[in-house]
Design a protein around this ligand. Structure first.
Ligand code: GLC
Length: 562
């Protein structure tokens, strides 16, 4: 084990660094392209660490960079303990970790335990073997239903559309909750856990500070794989219709979110009665998280954050019991509409769901699976104005914030032409769901034309819109009114100012359409989502999302005061 490289990272000062950290999600394909092949790579991240240090985040979370046929952007992992040649090699990874630590940045990597790629050697062996052979037992193979077994074993839908079962050549079916190229592992087989433990130790020994656990509410399945109740199927259909109207985020009621995989994106398992959807959140999943924790406990100052799309607060809280994960993503803030009542409700529930275990809350406004919040908040100038206020809100909250690359540039989703779309949802839905590519377009760094310094060339795996010339990091760095400058100042204050402390929020009374809360250290954050100005709470203004005048907080604006 060589954690000495971590000495310069944030963990050196505080073994529980992650409880208040701001982590920056790097989508490896779309961050920086050092070898100019149009796809981002590990060296492209290493080259740009100065930017992240300048921005003021505490660490990075890297999306999967493992060997992968890229059927789902790398979340189809063919070998979890190696680097895909298009992203570099293990030496490039080691360089990145060392450079990140010397910049004081932690490194969190993604692990994908629910499924593998269909090109993983285990799956190749499983297909080559026959029904009943031990190689098949690492996955979930079943005979079909009907006279000749031509019907899938149950009625489960896949997150990306169509049934969650695919028929192998010899007639058995295998389960894939995501794409057919992502067969689900059988967590009842002890080899599967042993392999995950091996993977965790492999990266920990190379110096990583933590893991983001993909689909952490998946993995465990009920042994009898019962059918989904009809009402769940019906609800999914309704959400699919909403999604086609592209109003998923705008219209759904905060308490009836879409289920995992609904939306333009992979979004949430629901607060449908959790037991009603046997695909997710089965109790046995907690044994897996306890095993993960036992590995991490041997590596001081490391952490795991689960991607947990579970909306029932009590059940979400179970993932962060003291012997399980350190943190769970909580997507309430992301799912909330831009109105004070919904946002406040999301915050209250999020804080409450962590309270029983003492885990720190996490806050996410966007990630690689959902439309960017500038777009969700209405797009254009209005979307940007609200996103500025959203940044003040997110970064004022207790716990950790997970920024999505490009949040700090105020990027909106890109309207991509059909022929470049790569998200499996596009094909699987018969071209009715465009998928998540619009938020994954490579970042604009500098210059006036694509590829805007993403690489030295002019093209990238997803095309950048010409109007991003106004939004490059270089241009924004020199503009004190830019989104980037706002993020830099907020992150600076968050790091330095003693008022931004304390693990709770105390609510203030606020006029209709607005909200205000105080952190125990003294910071007051007020947000006005209404259409008319409201009086500022008393205090000295630290920063505001728009210029203030006359003691008023304008519409779609936020302020920090002490
Ligand atoms: C998670 C990832 C998403 C991926 C899915 C399947 O939800 O965030 O991008 O498609 O898992 O691995």
């Amino acid at each position: 084990m060589h954690r000495s490289v971590a000495a310069g990272g944030p963990s050196a000062a505080d073994p529980e660094w992650f409880r208040t950290a701001v982590l920056y999600e790097v989508y490896v394909r779309s961050f920086g392209d050092a070898n100019n092949d149009g796809t981002g790579d590990l060296d492209g991240i290493t080259e740009r660490l100065d930017y992240l240090a300048m921005l003021g985040v505490d660490g990075i979370w890297l999306t999967p960079f493992y060997p992968s046929p890229m059927a789902d952007g790398g979340y189809d992992v063919a070998d979890p303990r190696a680097v895909d040649p298009s992203f570099g090699d293990l030496a490039a990874f080691d360089r990145l970790v060392e450079a990140a630590h010397s910049h004081g940045l932690a490194v969190v990597v993604d692990v994908v335990p629910n499924h593998t790629s269909d090109r993983h050697e285990w799956f190749t062996a499983a297909l080559a073997a026959g029904p009943g052979d031990p190689e098949r037992d690492r996955y979930i193979f079943r005979p079909g239903k009907g006279a000749d077994g031509a019907e899938p074993p149950n009625n489960w839908p896949s997150v990306f559309g169509g049934p969650a079962w695919h028929r192998a050549a010899d007639g058995e079916w295998y389960l894939h909750l995501f794409a057919p190229e992502q067969p689900d592992l059988n967590w009842a087989n002890p080899e599967v856990l042993a392999d995950l433990e091996h993977t965790l130790r492999f990266w920990l020994d190379r110096g990583v500070d933590g893991f983001r656990i993909d689909v952490a509410h998946g993995m465990a399945k009920p042994a009898d794989l019962p059918d989904l109740p009809e009402e769940v199927i019906e609800q999914q259909k309704r959400w699919a219709e909403m999604r086609e109207r592209e109003d998923l985020f705008a219209e759904h009621d905060a308490d009836t979110p879409p289920s995992e995989g609904e939306g333009d994106a992979v979004v949430p398992s629901s607060d449908l009665d959790e037991a009603a959807d046997p695909r997710w959140d089965n109790d046995a999943v907690h044994d897996i998280h306890r095993a993960v924790r036992r590995v991490l406990d041997r590596y001081p100052a490391t952490m795991a954050v689960g991607e947990v799309w579970v909306r029932n607060d009590e059940r979400l809280g179970r993932y962060v019991r003291p012997d399980e994960l350190h943190q769970a993503f909580n997507f309430r803030l992301l799912m909330a509409k831009w109105n004070a009542a919904d946002l406040r409700d999301a915050i209250e529930k999020s804080v409450a769901s962590m309270a029983a275990s003492g885990a720190s809350p996490t806050w996410v406004l966007s990630n690689h699976d959902v439309p960017r919040h500038v777009t969700r908040y209405g797009g254009g100038a209005q979307g940007v104005r609200r996103a500025r206020a959203g940044a003040l809100l997110e970064l004022a909250l207790p716990g950790s914030a997970y920024l999505w690359q490009g949040d700090e540039l105020g990027l909106a989703d890109v309207d991509l032409p059909d022929e470049v779309l790569q998200d499996p949802a596009w094909e699987r839905s018969g071209h009715t769901i465009r998928g998540r590519d619009g938020c994954r377009v490579p970042l604009p760094w500098s210059g006036d034309v694509p590829a805007f310094g993403f690489n030295a060339g002019t093209t990238s795996w997803l095309p950048q819109p010409p109007e991003w010339s106004a939004l490059t990091a270089a241009r924004q760095a020199e503009d004190p009114a830019s989104m980037l400058s706002l993020y830099r100042t907020l992150l600076d204050l968050r790091r330095e100012h003693p008022a931004i402390s304390g693990g709770t929020v105390e609510w203030y009374g606020a006029p209709e359409g607005a909200m205000a809360f105080r952190r125990p250290g003294g910071l007051i954050c007020a947000v006005n989502t209404g259409s008319t100005p409201v009086p500022l709470p008393p205090g000295e203004v630290l920063i505001s999302s728009v210029p203030l005048a006359g003691g008023q907080l304008p519409s779609d604006a936020a302020v920090w005061l002490i």
